[in-house]
Ligand binder design. Structure first.
Ligand SMILES: [Zn+2]
Length: 131
C-alpha cells in the first residue's frame, strides 16, 4: 500500500503561486518574483490539470482590488511604525516605503493574482491524486 500524498494547504498554494485546482502546477512561468523580465508571464493552462489561468478577458482586474487592500493596510502600517515606532521623519519613512515597494512590487503583483484565482477556482482533490 502506497502512502497517500498529503493534501497541500490553500495557504501553501497561494504563497507558492500554485494552481488553485490541483495545487501542483505553477501559476507563473518564472519561479522567482524578482525575475522582472518574465514577472507577469503565466501559462495559458495549468501544466498538471489543464485549468485555464485566464478564464475570461479582464479576469485579473479583480486582483487589482486585492493588491489595493494589501498595499493600503501594509503601507499605512509600515509608515506608522516608522514614524511612531522608530521616530523617523515623514520624508524618511516615505523614502523607505518607496524602496520597499520598488523591491516588492513583483511579489505583491503575483500574490494578488494568486489570491484572486484561488478565490474564484475551487480545489479539486481528485485531480491531485491522479497526478
Ligand atoms: Zn492545476
Amino acid at each position: 500500500m502506497s502512502k497517500s500524498k498529503k493534501m497541500p494547504s490553500i495557504t501553501h498554494s497561494v504563497f507558492n503561486f500554485k494552481c488553485p485546482r490541483c495545487r501542483e502546477g505553477d501559476l507563473f512561468v518564472a519561479k522567482s518574483s524578482f525575475n522582472y523580465k518574465e514577472l507577469t508571464k503565466m501559462p495559458k493552462n495549468c501544466p498538471v490539470c489543464d485549468q485555464v489561468f485566464l478564464p475570461e478577458p479582464g479576469f485579473y482586474y479583480g486582483a487589482m482590488f486585492i493588491s489595493y487592500i494589501i498595499c493600503g493596510f501594509w503601507f499605512l502600517g509600515f509608515v506608522g511604525i516608522c514614524i511612531f515606532g522608530f521616530d523617523l521623519s515623514v520624508n524618511t519613512s516615505f523614502v523607505l516605503l518607496a524602496l520597499m515597494v520598488a523591491v516588492l512590487f513583483g511579489w505583491i503583483f503575483r500574490i494578488s493574482r494568486s489570491i484572486w484565482i484561488h478565490v474564484n477556482v475551487k480545489y479539486d482533490p481528485s485531480i491531485s491524486k491522479k497526478a
